[in-house]
Design a protein around this ligand. Structure first.
Ligand SMILES: [Zn+2]
Ligand SMILES: [Zn+2]
Length: 302
């Protein structure tokens, strides 16, 4: 069975928090990786309410340096420092990230090197490539440099465990590696065709996009994602406002999900005026049926 990806919606609100919705922050967990997308004010408290430990963080991806997406960083950094965080925290973000992180480190850490932080500024064209997954980014249209991110578990070959156990190969046999590649091996005088034991585990893709005006880059990065987490700051009838303030309506987000052939759409970054999301949800569902509006601390597995 494929290793699960878990997503925790720590904050689903926008610039002004409400009792129901904190500022944006979404945690993605896969194996040892705990990847946070955005870190609005109070995010570390949301971690605790969700019974999660911020000290397990491995990476933080910042969409842009507007307050509602980054005011939680100083608190998290201080907590990691006070708990003797032993890892290396990788922080990625758009143009300006190196400069802002220098200020944050000087302001909020007792010594700039109190914890290990690697900062990487992205232009929107880079791919962060790891063995099992990759993270890509795309430039969004907002009144600050802003990036959307995709997290993709790569398609890979796996061995059918039942069939494998029947062969009685020793667990540490290098022949297993050959079988995964679909090669034919010889074991105890018998020829075994790897292709008959191998099956392909399809890729899984999650996209996180906020804040932005409707744009073509978003359709491209969202393409064929299993889960699109998108901003929906406004309701459908407020399209003019959305365009003016470089945000999207729930109907525009639903259209993106439809055009990009996504499986499931989750709407976040709701304006404080839509504390009850029923209307937003109904409007979006008319365009894209598989839409949800998650609440703070909701989670899902993929
Ligand atoms: Zn925002
Ligand atoms: Zn913004």
């Amino acid at each position: 069975m494929a290793e699960q990806i878990k997503i925790n919606f720590l904050g689903t609100g926008s610039a002004v928090p409400t009792a129901r919705r904190n500022h944006p922050a979404v945690l993605l967990t896969y194996k040892d990786e705990n990847i946070l997308f955005d870190c609005g004010e109070g995010t570390q408290k949301q971690f605790r309410l969700a019974q999660l430990n911020p000290c397990k963080l491995t990476r933080i991806f910042i969409t842009h340096w507007h307050g509602d997406h980054i005011f939680g960083l100083p608190g998290i950094l201080q907590t990691l420092m006070m708990n003797n965080y032993s890892g290396t925290l990788k922080i990625y973000g758009p143009k300006g990230t190196n400069h802002f992180m220098d200020i944050y480190k000087r302001m909020y850490l007792s010594k700039a090197d109190a914890i290990k932080i690697e900062t990487k500024e992205l232009s929107g064209k880079e791919t962060i490539e790891e063995k099992e997954f990759k993270i890509e980014c795309a430039e969004m249209t907002h009144d600050a440099p802003c990036l959307a991110y995709s997290f993709t578990i790569k398609e890979k070959n796996r061995l059918d465990k039942k069939k494998l156990s029947k062969l009685k190969l020793p667990g540490n046999s290098p022949l297993i590696g050959e079988l995964v590649k679909g090669k034919t091996i010889e074991f105890e005088g018998k020829k075994i065709d790897g292709k008959k034991l191998v099956y392909s585990e399809p890729q899984r893709k999650i996209v996180y996009a906020t804040d932005t005006k409707l744009n073509d880059n978003l359709i491209k990065i969202a393409e064929k994602s299993n889960i699109l987490i998108s901003e929906a700051t406004y309701s459908g009838e407020e399209e003019e406002l959305a365009n003016e303030y470089l945000h999207m309506t729930c109907v525009q987000a639903a259209n993106i999900a439809k055009k990009a052939k996504c499986e499931q759409l989750y709407l976040i970054h709701l304006s404080q005026r839509y504390d009850n999301p029923k209307y937003i949800l109904e409007e979006a569902k008319k365009v894209f049926k598989n839409t949800k509006v998650p609440e703070d601390l909701d989670s899902l597995k993929l």
